[in-house]
Design a protein around this ligand. Structure first.
Ligand code: FAD
Length: 399
């Protein structure tokens, strides 16, 4: 075995996975079910990844996949199924009955950190290799059939030889940047606003998600459980979070959600942070022996609630390609991995951009404001327009 200077050999696996987010953990699990070995390298601690509060809306297809893969028991018990959302503007609420418009499909509210906990528990139950707190991760020989990953774990340098590497290391990971210059085409749109998100220990003031358009900016009332509310405000992405004491956050939420006969309940804020809104796609999602999946290859503004879902779809496609390759040597599915994923990625980019520009205060001019209002009224009055929103929101079966 060839070894990089200073690194001890030791591990060899079929699929080396960088990152234990939803993409990396789901991929490892799907491969395990098919008898394909993998090793996951994660730079954060187990506690950190299990507590990281992020997405919470699972599409029907994501739920179906997790259940079919045997990691959906708690999700089915504790997940909250929603058949509609409310669009609120001009002091009025308008329900989009998603399930009625999509033949019974729905979304499930279940925190990303709960999905991650379930996948880690499943991985550890069969002693699947999963190394937390690795440092100095680097990928090598990507243009050969014997790539490797070097890393430091517990102060010792290690090298992992693999057949393929899955770059599931998120937007700020190392895999994407290891592809030689000129290979990737990068597409990016940075929106001039961010989301201030809070997690509050108070029963949700609504049974279904409320997306509010207001002249002061967008607001979203989401939830994580019957006792935990998740709320967001459109803010300046460069504003320091210190400028937003809890009282100011609640005051602003009350204003943007104002509707006669409806009350927003307040409770202790246990977490808050500001996230920039961006769209990003790197294509192709494949170079040599490296396959990018999830946020490592694409990011969407959270308004469409798609980031986690499209990450899970990527690794489903990748797992199918690897199963075919290991089973028969056929490479068709792996070769079409990037094209297959990118069709959904761009559909999701378009939907996320649609939701973002439909619901945020854009501050372009009065003409744009009137167009935006006309679009909102159309979605709430035309069944065809509402159905289009609904089928994208619950997740298209085929793209
Ligand atoms: C604040 C926030 C709020 C969000 N809210 C929503 C939402 O409401 N709805 C929605 O659908 N989506 C939301 N998203 C997006 C969603 O969380 C992501 O799309 C999803 O996490 C993608 O999963 P992933 O596994 O591809 O990447 P990640 O979850 O980012 O996982 C990547 C993993 O790789 C690890 N890693 C990074 N670099 C290295 C390295 N060098 N070596 C080893 N490991 C490494 C990271 O620690 C991480 O564990 C949100 C994202 C953020 C940041």
């Amino acid at each position: 075995m060839r070894t990089l200077p200073g690194y001890s050999p030791g591990m060899r696996t079929q699929v080396g996975i960088v990152g234990a987010g939803p993409a990396g953990l789901t991929l490892a699990h799907l491969l395990h079910l098919e008898g394909i070995e993998s090793v996951i390298l994660e730079d954060r601690s187990r506690e950190y990844v299990e507590q990281r509060v992020r997405a919470g809306v699972l599409e029907q297809g994501t739920v179906d996949l997790l259940v079919a893969a045997g990691v959906g028991d708690r999700l089915r018990r504790e997940g909250i199924v929603h058949g509609g959302i409310e669009l609120r503007f001009g002091g009025q609420g308008h329900r989009i009955p998603m399930s009625d418009l999509t033949g019974g499909r729905a979304i499930t509210i279940y925190g990303q950190q709960e999905v991650v906990k379930d996948l880690i528990a499943a991985r550890l139950s069969y002693d699947g290799p999963l190394l937390f707190e690795v440092a100095e991760v680097a990928v090598h020989d990507l243009d050969t059939p014997r790539p490797s990953i070097t890393y430091v774990h517990n102060g010792r340098r290690g090298e992992l030889e693999c057949d393929v590497i899955a770059g599931c290391d998120g937007f700020r990971g190392v895999c994407r940047d290891s592809i030689p210059p000129g290979v990737l085409q990068l597409h990016e749109r940075v929106y001039p606003f961010g989301w201030l998100g809070i997690l509050a220990t108070v029963a949700p003031s609504t049974e279904e998600l409320i997306y509010a358009y207001h002249e002061r900016g967008f607001a979203l009332h989401s939830l994580r459980s019957p006792k935990l509310s998740r709320l967001y405000l459109q803010v300046d992405p460069y504003e320091p979070i210190e400028d937003w004491p809890d009282e100011r956050i609640w005051e602003e939420l009350h204003r943007r959600f104002e509707r006669e006969g409806w009350t927003l309940h307040e409770g202790p804020i246990i977490e808050k942070g500001i996230t920039a809104m961006r769209s990003f796609v790197a294509e192709p999602m494949h170079y040599g022996s490296l396959y990018l999946a999830g946020d490592a290859a694409h990011v969407v503004p959270a308004t469409g609630a798609k980031g986690l879902n499209v990450a899970v779809h990527d690794v489903k496609v990748l797992a199918e390609g690897l199963v075919e390759w290991y089973g028969s040597g056929a490479t068709e599915l792996l070769e079409s991995y990037s094209d297959t994923c990118l069709r959904r990625v761009w559909r999701v980019q378009d939907f996320s951009n649609f939701m973002t520009t439909l619901l945020h205060r854009l501050d372009v001019d009065a003409f744009e404001d009137r167009l935006q209002r006309a679009r909102l009224e159309y979605v709430c009055s035309s069944e065809a327009a509402a159905r289009s929103l609904a089928e994208n929101y619950v997740g298209l079966e085929k793209v």
